[in-house]
Design a protein around this ligand. Structure first.
Ligand code: PLP
Length: 463
């Protein structure tokens, strides 16, 4: 978001214009940066100009900060580029794209052990953030129905979650006027526990958010333990406090490589689950998904109907127009990879994450905070800070092109600074070994600079 208009008067002449080498053959005037140019450019010149500017962006394949897919097969890319023109909301005009979305919803519902044997209830979104908004709204509406039925006040809803939630949950609470009850983190424990959850919930709790793969450390919260605690509480009190699982990353990992973990619709109080198709769903941004346990969990008055092949198709979304190509690409991955394909890709990422984590721990100066055994993400801290900090360390690695964030943990344990590495498809063992060599070189560099002073503040956005 741009709050300030760029003041052109403060810029030197040379800062106001881009003067392309390619353009010199095609044109003889500069192009203003912050105003619509008066004249057109030949398409190739415009292309070259922008492509060159984008060389300054980081290399996405060396971006170990992001959870979002940075690699897809050429066939998927071709399919996507052939379908960029499809607006997924035009269900009547593109009924087959709508059909593929429906298939994806059903595939995910079954992957997550949905008890409903009829058609699954869910939809695609632009990402997990929109999916979380929809999940939160459904919980708020359901809670209001329950309270109204008992003749009770409906003006003080709250939602219970850890302070480690992704920012979208704080947005949800603020935008939809729900009190956010954030459970603090403790030293050596970076996830919520059932015991803590019980202290924070009450009759006005619309739901509890449990995360499968927190953005801070990549760890799974214990959904089963929370489910069992809520089962006792709900039975005793007559309340119906549900769980929404934020499976942005983990809902595409656990079903394949940790099928024994019970975190999904096998658990009675898990009423809705979101995931990011563009994270471990292995699709380029942006696509997300939300699935409800069954149609009872999605209040009717949140659903709108759009025309679809002369009939009506229910939709629930915040956005209207959105590309259809990511949904098509998700379906491509489903039929292309199948269960075995997803399993082997996720297992490979998991193996590489745990391998790299162990190698880094073995170097000496670092201590693992999480080891990559939940989602293929691990974090580490410096055992002690002498002449350099993790901010210095990750900045050093950036000289070689590696993008690795260092950040402080949430309040209460904010003195702990950690670095995080997200391993995903396209990051091979060979690449991991190249990174390891650079890490060793960086350690050596700092060990030879004993008089250096560590940078104690800094960090980059890690979500
Ligand atoms: C990434 C993430 C989100 C937000 O997802 P987007 O798809 O980027 O909107 C929410 N929750 C968790 C746990 C995440 O990892």
């Amino acid at each position: 978001m741009t709050h300030k208009k760029v003041s052109l008067t403060n810029l030197d002449y040379d800062e106001q214009f881009i003067t392309p080498a390619y353009g010199q053959r095609a044109m003889d005037s500069d192009i203003p940066k912050y105003e619509l140019p008066a004249q057109s450019l030949p398409p190739r010149t415009a292309y070259d100009l922008i492509k060159d500017e984008l060389m300054l962006d980081g290399n996405s394949r060396m971006n170990l900060a992001t959870f979002v897919s940075t690699w897809m097969e050429p066939e998927a890319v071709q399919l996507m580029s052939e379908t960029f023109d499809k607006n997924m909301i035009d269900k009547d005009e593109y009924p087959q794209t709508a059909e593929l979305e429906k298939r994806c919803v059903n595939i995910l519902a079954r992957l997550w052990n949905s008890p409903a044997h009829e058609e699954a209830t869910g939809c695609s979104t632009i990402g997990s953030s929109e999916a979380c908004m929809l999940g939160g709204m459904a919980m708020k509406w359901k809670w209001r129905e329950r309270m109204a039925a008992k003749g009770k006040a409906t003006d003080k809803p709250n939602i219970v979650m850890g302070v480690n939630v992704q920012i979208c949950w704080e947005k949800f609470a603020r935008y939809w006027d729900v009190e956010a009850r954030l459970i603090p983190m403790e030293k050596d424990s970076y996830k919520i526990t059932a015991e803590e959850v019980l202290k924070y919930v009450d009759e006005n709790t619309i739901g509890v958010v449990a995360i499968m793969g927190t953005t801070f450390t990549g760890e799974y919260e214990n959904v089963k333990e929370i489910n069992d605690a809520l089962e006792d509480l709900n039975t005793k009190t007559g309340w119906d406090i549900p769980i929404h699982v934020d499976g942005a990353s983990g809902a595409f990992i656990a079903p394949f490589i940790q099928p024994e973990i019970e975190w999904d619709f096998r658990l009675k109080w898990v009423k809705s689950i979101n995931t990011s198709g563009h994270k471990y769903g292995l699709v380029y941004p942006g696509v997300g998904w939300i699935i409800w346990r069954d149609s009872n969990e999605l209040p009717d008055d949140l659903v709108f109907n759009v025309n679809y092949l002369g009939g009506q198709m229910p939709t629930f979304a915040i956005n209207f127009s959105r590309p259809g190509s990511q949904i098509i690409a998700q379906y491509y991955n489903f039929i292309r990879l199948g269960h075995e394909g997803y399993r082997s890709i996720q297992q490979n990422s998991s193996d590489i994450a745990q391998y790299l984590a162990k190698k880094i721990a073995d170097l000496g100066p670092f201590q693992l905070i999480s080891d990559g055994s939940d989602i293929p993400v691990f974090t580490f801290a410096l055992k002690k800070i002498e002449n350099y900090s993790l901010f210095d360390f990750t900045a050093k690695l950036r000289e070689r092109g590696w993008l690795i964030p260092a950040y402080s943990m949430p309040e209460n344990i904010e003195d702990l600074v950690i670095a995080r590495i997200v391993v995903k498809e396209g990051f091979s063992k060979d690449t991991a070994n190249l990174l390891l060599e650079d890490i060793k070189r960086a350690v050596k560099h700092f060990e030879s600079k004993k008089s250096m002073k560590p940078t104690l503040k800094g960090g980059s956005f890690h979500h």
